[in-house]
Every structure is written in C-alpha cells, then in structure tokens.
Design a protein. Structure first.
Length: 162
C-alpha cells in the first residue's frame, strides 16, 4: 500500500529491462540483464528468482557444460554466471502476457532496510470487547517504524518478460 515499506522488486518496476522477445524468456535475456548494470555494481551483484524460473534457466541447455549455471546437479545451483543465485518465492514464477518480473540482478548493498530508533509503548488499563464493555483484561500497544527502498536503482537490473 501507499507509504508502506517498499520491496526491492516494487522499487525497480519502473526501470525494468524488457525481454528481447515479447512473452518469451530466453537465454539472451539473462545475458542482457547482466549487461544492463554498470561494471562497478556487477562486482558485488547477486541473482534472485523464483524456483520455477531457476528451473527454466536449467532447461536452456541439455548438458552440464552450459555456461550459465555453475552446477546443474540436484538441488539449487549456487551460482548463475559466476555470481550467487538466491531463490525468492515471492517473485513471479511464470512468464507470458502482462508484466512478469522474473529475474533480478544487482548489488544488494544499495537496498536499505531501516528501523526508527525507539518504540512507543502505551499501557491500556482496560481492554473493551466488541460490545463496548470491559473484558477484564489489560493490554499493551506497541508501535515502531520500519522502511525499505532501493537507494540506487542503477545498481540493479530487473527482467520483465512482457
């Protein structure tokens, strides 16, 4: 919602890289995404995708000699094109019509999660039920503030298979 902490994918949707071919996720898209960010950000970059997309990347080649994945064995491959690969089940798992943000590459040092110093605590001596009457209990109301956002969008590339 509005004024809520911004997730990384949400922060980057406005600057996402479109797939080379409409509604198609192909090996060229992976290379294009890596090329879309400057070399100074690629040094500490990492990949992120849904497991279904990682499995799609596995199917780009039929043998273990493919240059994309460092290891094509059982389980999650630890690297994609020599950089760390992390599974994110909250990213899009399909590609087709519409916006599908399937693959992220970038330097996570430029994504900040912040918490305000201090927490507000209020004691509620009498808690009231839905009927407006006291329920014989006391309560505590606690409030703190968090935020997150990309502080340098150029340090990331997000693939949108449209």
């Amino acid at each position: 919602g509005a004024s809520q902490p911004t997730g990384l994918v949400t922060a980057l949707t406005g600057s996402a890289t479109a797939s080379i071919t409409t509604d198609t996720f192909a090996v060229g898209d992976v290379y294009a995404l890596e090329d879309s960010i400057a070399a100074r950000h690629r040094r500490n970059a990492r990949w992120m995708a849904h497991n279904a997309i990682i499995n799609d990347i596995r199917q780009f080649a039929t043998d273990d000699g493919h240059a994309l994945l460092t290891r094509l064995g059982d389980g999650q491959p630890p690297q994609l094109m020599g950089k760390s690969l992390h599974e994110n089940e909250d990213m899009d798992s399909t590609h087709g019509t519409g916006d599908n943000y399937v693959l992220l590459f970038g330097d996570s040092q430029h994504f900040v999660i912040a918490e305000a110093i201090g927490t507000m605590v209020r004691i509620i001596p009498d808690v009231f039920g839905g009927n407006g009457r006291p329920i014989g209990a006391s309560g505590v109301y606690m409030q703190t503030s968090f935020g997150s956002d990309s502080v340098l969008d150029a340090a990331f590339g997000l693939l949108n298979v449209t």
